[in-house]
Design a protein around this ligand. Structure first.
Ligand code: ATP
Length: 252
């Protein structure tokens, strides 16, 4: 097991964003963290990257509490939902800086520049870039770090269809290398094609966890798309969709 949340709670003032959540993420899998706006996805991610600490509960990475890792050896890379960068450094300077710090070579950097179509922006400051291009810079920066776990909060936001494909391929390649990916997103149809398992959050509580088949079985919903499962589970409505159903229906 790579990552474990054990009864983790987090409140912001009176808002209980996470309410005793427990889940595991295993090495070499891609896990989709899904849930409505305000469900607690970003709060979960921020706990993993140690921007915030839980009020109660324990989070461990490779069996060790997060607090026991040094900042310099913390094996997690992160793509935030809002791009974060050095305003005074160009795109190229960001890439060179990360490559230097993490011992990556020119080929690694050039490969990312080509795949993410960043060549024409290398001399630009991030503030002048479009939303999608800033997002591509965030992908490149995240990949250049050394990590076991890649955590991405809404990583597809702003990307065009071709770049969504590129990012999917990057996640799949990380899995092939034995790395682990945890990503939060609302794009259920995009992640359904490559995630191994899902964690569904609803109002700070985990309402489902597992493969699509596991979740379908737990809720007695067969042959559903991820979207159908999600909509049923989070609505608390496990009745069949109206009219002819294209999947087996539960028996209460
Ligand atoms: P979204 O899909 O909209 O990004 P989310 O699932 O990522 O939502 P969170 O951002 O984790 O949800 O928010 C969970 C709850 O905590 C929400 O009710 C939110 O309003 C609240 N919250 C988050 N950050 C803060 C904060 N800094 N101060 C107060 N409340 C907060």
């Amino acid at each position: 097991m790579l990552l474990r949340f054990e009864n983790v709670s987090k409140s912001y003032g009176r808002v209980r964003a996470l309410n005793k959540i427990s889940f595991s993420v295993y090495q070499g899998e891609i896990v989709g963290l899904i849930g409505a706006n305000g469900a607690g996805k970003t709060t979960t991610v921020l706990n993993i990257v140690r921007y915030i600490v839980p009020d109660e509960g324990l989070i461990t990475l490779k069996g060790k509490p997060l607090s026991q890792y040094d900042d310099t050896s913390y094996p997690v890379t992160y793509m935030p939902d809002v791009p974060v960068y050095y305003e005074e450094l160009t795109v190229n300077e960001h890439l060179e800086l990360l490559a230097a710090v993490y011992g990556k070579n020119k080929k690694d950097v050039d490969n990312l520049i080509e795949r993410l179509e960043l060549a024409e922006y290398l001399d630009k400051l991030p503030d002048t870039l479009s939303k999608g291009t800033k997002q591509k810079l965030m992908i490149a920066c995240a990949v250049l770090r050394n990590f076991d776990l890649f955590v991405a909060d809404e990583p597809f936001t702003g990307l065009d269809p071709k770049q969504i494909r590129v990012l999917k391929d990057i996640f799949i390649e990380q899995r092939q290398k034995g790395k682990t990916v945890l990503l939060s997103t609302h794009l259920l149809d995009v992640i359904e094609s490559f995630c191994d398992r899902y964690i569904i959050l609803n109002k700070g509580i985990i309402v489902a966890e597992g493969t699509k088949e596991d979740i379908g079985k737990a809720y007695n919903l067969k042959n559903c798309t991820l979207e159908q499962l999600y909509l049923r589970i989070t609505a608390g409505d496990t009745r069949p969709f109206g009219g002819g159903s294209d999947f087996d229906v539960i028996d209460y």
